[in-house]
Ligand binder design. Structure first.
Ligand code: ADP
Ligand code: MG
Length: 291
């Protein structure tokens, strides 16, 4: 990683050299009854689980790029919140580089678009500068080299020309690129992006995928939630298929089998056999089962 990394390592909790980027052991999440809720409202999903996440265990080694796929309500966003530390597991443990997530400033999280207040009056360069709070320290002003770093990160995602614009004025694809720039400014070692491709056109997809590819040389570990199974299979090292339980995790060819997809998507998909090939039609947009 670039020259700033030693600083962040000095300020954040030291990484345990032998530890993977991320390790979850038997993580179960039950949201409080009545809070929109699972414990109170839903019965079981297609896998018979009552929990938002149910005994999830996996590890991700440094530098791997992993796509998280599953239907709406599968727990993808909850998984990210558990990794960031904003949702605490009801049972089980989460370790990032061998420590509790709360100890780290090396995790960058880009929430789903719907969870961000785009009317908040903040410029693009300020959004990216927010990524540097860990290095600058709270209650200190950014210095010249911090603004230089912000500019460099924006240029890297080809958004330098947008620096002075309000974040809410940007297109969806530009906004995602700015959030990646913020992660770069943060010197993140683990980048989580929740449905970054939703609602974007193909050139915007490609631009984001190109930037993610460029992170490979820096050993940044990436987790991306997406509904797009083809995009997941074609662009990521590993695919995790989730529906509250971990259905499968590994190479796309072993994970995205019709049996696993039926298990994950249940009534929300059809499997049609065409000339010895199974054609999967999954409805990733809504919770309604297909007819
Ligand atoms: P996904 O991102 O895969 O669509 P989520 O993690 O958002 O899934 O949601 C998983 C389940 O947890 C859903 O049934 C959802 O309604 C529930 N849920 C998510 N957030 C909360 C919350 N804050 N309080 C209560 N239930 C929640
Ligand atoms: Mg979600």
């Amino acid at each position: 990683m670039s020259a700033w990394v030693n600083k962040i390592k000095a300020r954040g909790v030291p990484h345990v050299d032998s530890a993977p980027t991320l390790e979850l052991s038997d993580v179960t999440v039950a949201y409080p009854a009545g809070s929109n809720g699972l414990a109170s409202r839903i019965g079981q999903n297609v896998n018979g689980s009552h929990y938002a996440l149910d005994e999830i265990s996996f590890r991700i080694d440094a530098g791997r790029q992993v796509a998280i796929v599953g239907p709406n309500g599968a727990g993808k966003s909850t998984l990210f919140k558990v990794v960031v530390g904003t949702v605490k597991p009801t049972r089980g443990t989460v370790n990032v580089y061998g420590h509790d997530p709360d100890c780290h400033i090396c995790i960058a999280y880009v929430p789903q678009r719907s969870q961000i207040d785009w009317s908040f009056p903040v410029s693009v360069e300020d959004v990216v500068m927010m990524g540097r709070v860990g290095q600058i320290g709270l209650f200190r002003w950014p210095r010249g080299h911090d603004w230089l770093a912000v500019r460099e990160c924006l240029d890297r995602v080809r958004a330098g020309h947008l620096a002075k614009k309000q974040i809410g004025e940007l297109s969806g694809g530009q906004q995602q690129r700015v959030f990646i720039a913020r992660a770069l400014a943060q010197e993140a070692d683990l980048l989580l992006m929740d449905e970054p491709f939703s609602g974007l056109d193909v050139p915007s997809h490609d631009a984001i995928l190109d930037i993610l590819k460029s992170l490979r040389s820096e050993d940044v570990t990436v987790m991306v939630a997406t509904h797009d199974l083809n995009l997941a299979a074609d662009n990521f090292d590993l695919v995790m298929l989730l529906n509250r339980r971990l259905i499968a995790y590994g190479q796309a060819s072993q994970v995205l089998t019709s049996a696993n997809l039926l298990n994950a998507f249940g009534g929300m998909m059809h499997v049609v056999d065409v000339e010895d090939e199974s054609l999967i039609i999954a409805d990733g947009c809504c919770d309604e089962p297909l007819d």
